[in-house]
Design a protein around this ligand. Sequence first.
Ligand code: HEC
Ligand code: HEC
Length: 434
Amino acid sequence: MIRTAARRAAILLAGAFAVSLAFAQPPQKLPIVPAPVPPKPSLQKWIRYPVAPKQLSPQAMLGKQIFFDATLSGSGKMSCASCHSPEHAYGPPNGLAVQLGGANLKHYGVRAVPSLRYMTYTPHFTTDYYFPGSEGSEDEGPAGGFMRDGSIASLHEQAAHPMLDPNEMANATRAEIARKVRLSAYAASFEQVFGKGVFDDANKTFDSVGMSLEAFETEDMSFHPYTSKFDAVMSGHADFTAQELRGYVLFNNPMRGNCAKCHFDQPGPNGQPAQFTDYQFISLGVPRNREVPANRDRRYFDMGLCGPYRKDLAKQMSLCGEFKDPTLRNVTTRDVFFHNGRFHSIKDVLHFYFERDIYPQKWYPRRNGKLVVYDDLPPRYRDNVDRLDPPFFGQKPGRQPAMSEADIDDLLAFLKTLNDGYSATPGGSRSGQE
Ligand code: HEC
Ligand code: HEC
């Protein structure tokens, strides 16, 4: 609890700062003595956008081939791109809560597919995080790492998981993958890049596959295009509409949306463009999703940091239910939301944030006539659900939601500015209007 309170105070400050920028108001009435006209409020920030490499490195080019190569799966029909679709910001190509995979493509996964965009600045996982720029320098708890539970340290190690996961690409062994790469169309370039003997050692082949995928995911601009309207506004090439600006202010206002607290929207310390996550972990109490076949077992709970997939924090009961704050870039292009894919419409997500504890009967089921709130956690961990951070703070039945329908529409208009494809270049002006 101390952790959450300290976090809240630190972010209230940061949030107030952001809001003060957005609230530079013009004078309301004509002054008696003509006052100097205030300069137009500008949201422009010092941001360094990445420059597209002239050409991908040979490793990254291999990674690209591997990413799209379905022969590397047990079924022969599934590649990384089957779940991380390039046409969907490398997120899922459909609205399924969890995807089908496995040797015969009949096995369901256990979590919703995240977008692979904007992962580059993911810090290493730590249980004691100090967020750069947060005043208090207080220990803010766990943060960072890849996957929704932060369990994987690097992109090259990550590649092993989908390739060997029986619900995903379903190869039995590393050697099986190594053999497939040796027989692939790009085997010769693979040898050229990683050395003559690379195929003699299956582990070496396998590790090189990981290095190639990491190079592709890091170098290729399609993973971090920064071509959203938000980027264009922040770099001075465009203006928000009045509605988008209202949404931006609600997003930042620590007493209203408070979204920026976790989906951090300021540039990083070295001018990195906003990533819309602070990489920390929170339990939001997302309702259980009956569409996830694993949930048919009543005793099964996906509790994020404390397991069952992640093993090292299994005894840290206060972390049960916590999942990583995801980026919100391109979020309105998704058809499935949250770790368990419980929601299929962004509007439902927003209503959930503002109504969770006010109209709990709208979100949670009844069992034997009794309402079961936070039903996707075992009863003993339900206290871990965040009730201290706005928009949850002080919410209870009988209260008014912190946002009206019109506010929610404004927030949504702002979220849409986070979708890539507005400009031709990172932080540039609108496509075709150079
Ligand atoms: C069957 C669907 C499926 C396939 C195929 C698949 N993934 Fe994933 N991927 C997922 C899911 C689901 C997650 C989230 C898992 C979790 O959090 O535990 C994920 C997570 C990731 C992450 C972590 C993202 C983050 O934000 O931390 C990376 C990186 C990734 N996948 C890369 C790949 C690569 C590379 C391949 C091909 C070798 C691949 N995936 C194949 C479903 C898939
Ligand atoms: C206290 C931290 C916190 C605050 C405040 C917060 N979020 Fe989140 N948000 C999260 C976490 C954690 C998740 C992932 C939860 C999960 O998967 O179980 C998430 C997920 C989401 C998602 C789903 C993304 C996806 O890819 O599935 C959306 C959309 C979202 N948040 C929007 C918002 C908006 C809009 C606000 C402000 C009204 C907000 N969030 C406030 C922590 C926060």
